[in-house]
Design a protein around this ligand. Structure first.
Ligand code: G3D
Ligand code: MG
Length: 215
């Protein structure tokens, strides 16, 4: 399997807390594309074709702390839902993605969110993401409807375009800022889903690609 070359050591001496983030959603909604955009700022089909069960890590430097995000893709797992709970089990964050031009994928998010809730209860940050915002002319789900669902479920809603790079950094910065500080290790995501205002674009991000086929 072709894997991206790490740009820096994966085993840093820094005692950084790793935050596991799992991307869920129907096939073809753009999960892998979102990861690719965030990690490499590209919309590259090569990675998408070759990724297996894997994760990629990236360190984000926020104003007051540094967080290491570990992004778990679920390539090919959409059809094997029985395997998904093991991905969710020790994740602090679940990004549930749908395609705004595909209503069925939006309806499916209910089941994906249920899966997360049944594994993690309230001890998880859930973000609903409407991807492919660049195709808004073909939209089958309004922003209002998705926002209303998110409000009802007490989760966050964002629209992104992995293709155009729209809102992808902001998505991950928002998640990073919602995480409790490193000094609160062990109490991760205890506060559940809170809303914060992140208006400034993400800055000080360092892509530290480490791709590990550990199992
Ligand atoms: P998945 O990992 O959820 O299965 P992918 O989804 O990331 O593999 O993306 C599925 C298809 O949607 C790909 O097209 C990809 O290029 C496209 N896609 C992903 N994100 C966006 C987006 O933001 N905008 C648009 N317009 N397309 C997007 P193919 O043609 O390879 O099936
Ligand atoms: Mg994929």
């Amino acid at each position: 399997m072709a894997t991206p070359t790490p740009t820096s050591g994966s085993f840093s001496a820094l005692p950084l807390k790793r935050t596991k983030i799992v991307l869920l959603g129907d096939q073809s909604v753009g999960k892998t594309s979102l990861i690719t955009r965030f990690m490499y700022d590209t919309f590259d089909q090569t990675y998408q074709a070759t990724i297996g069960i894997d994760f990629l890590s990236k360190t984000m430097y926020l104003e007051d702390r540094t967080v290491r995000l570990q992004l778990w893709d679920t390539a090919g797992q959409e059809r094997f839902r029985s395997l998904i709970p093991s991905y969710i089990r020790d994740s602090s964050v679940a990004i549930v993605v749908f395609d705004i031009t595909n209503r069925a994928s939006f309806l499916s998010t209910t089941k994906w969110i249920d899966d997360v809730r049944s594994e993690r209860g309230g001890d998880v940050i859930i973000v609903l993401v409407g991807n492919k915002a660049d195709l808004s002319n073909d939209r089958q789900v309004t922003q209002e409807e998705a926002q209303q669902k998110s409000t009802e479920l007490d989760i966050i809603y964002m629209e992104t375009s992995a293709k155009a790079g729209h809102n992808v950094k902001t998505l991950f910065k928002k998640i990073a800022m919602l995480l409790p500080g490193n000094e609160k290790e062990g109490e991760q995501a205890k506060e559940g889903n809170q809303k914060i205002d992140v208006t400034s674009p993400a800055k000080n991000e360092t892509p530290q690609a480490s791709n590990c086929a550990c199992w």
